[in-house]
Design a protein around this ligand. Structure first.
Ligand code: PLP
Length: 234
């Protein structure tokens, strides 16, 4: 199988799994159309979907070998193997990433795109090559769609100042969820104050799950942006 065919297969298999988990039919249809519109593969979504359905519960992850990639998970804390869940704040690094950083810091580190000397040219080339690899990994259309930021707060502010200020205005609505981190609240509050945009919030139930039926009610023709970074749904 070619690299491209393998990538397409993975994209569709992943898409099928996500689709199967969306409990709102209209949203599922929209998502399905968006995925199919990519039109990057002759393999039909339904084929991947059927394959996944025939192996319920099978997600194909070898947890032990994934854990083994992260040296920090070898720590024992309080007599038990470390469990780490604060990834949104600081993700742990697998060994290949640590190795690559050491190689970069010991042989390649310099200003990216701001120097004309040997190291700067190497660092710039490696930086751009990472952008290209990421583009292929997420199946983005163009390299320039991949934008590196210092983190989530920086990235969401960039979207607010760039897209938000230009395309969202008075009378428009933004939907957030009650579970958002303030990095995904404050920028939209600033936009709301500046432009007269209304923020609507998807509530949670007693189990801490998003109430997706309420989300359907909030979504309408004035909705310009849905900002939901949480994964806990019914
Ligand atoms: C759940 C969650 N989301 C977002 C952020 C913001 O991330 P960043 O530090 O990359 O701006 C954090 C940071 O602690 C977080 O815990």
């Amino acid at each position: 199988m070619s690299d491209q065919a393998a990538r397409n297969l993975l994209t569709y298999a992943f898409g099928a799994e996500v689709l199967a988990r969306i409990p709102i039919p209209s949203l599922r249809r929209q998502f399905e159309q968006a995925v199919l519109a990519q039109n990057c593969c002759t393999l039909r979504m339904t084929v991947a979907h059927t394959a996944l359905k025939s192996r319920p519960g099978m997600v194909g992850l070898d947890i032990d070998s994934i854990r083994a990639d992260f040296p920090i998970l070898g720590l024992t804390v309080g007599g038990k193997p470390l469990v780490y869940l604060d990834n949104a704040a600081s993700s742990q690094m697998p060994q290949p990433v640590i190795d690559r950083l050491v190689r970069y810091q010991t042989t390649q580190h310099a200003n990216v795109h701001r120097g004309v000397h040997y190291l700067s040219e190497i660092a710039s080339a490696e930086y751009e090559s990472a952008r290209g690899r990421l583009q292929r990994f997420v199946n983005a259309r163009e390299e320039r769609e991949v934008i590196f930021t210092s983190g989530t707060t920086d990235a969401i502010n960039l979207v607010m100042h760039g897209y938000g200020r230009k395309f969202i205005g008075a009378g428009d609505e933004i939907i957030l969820t009650l579970l958002e981190h303030h990095s995904n609240i404050v920028p939209w509050q600033m936009l709301a104050e500046e432009k007269g945009v209304k923020i609507r919030v998807v509530p949670i139930n007693d189990a801490g799950e998003l109430m997706l039926d309420q989300y359907e009610q909030l979504f309408n023709e004035r909705t310009k942006l849905v900002g939901g970074c949480t994964s806990r749904t019914r």
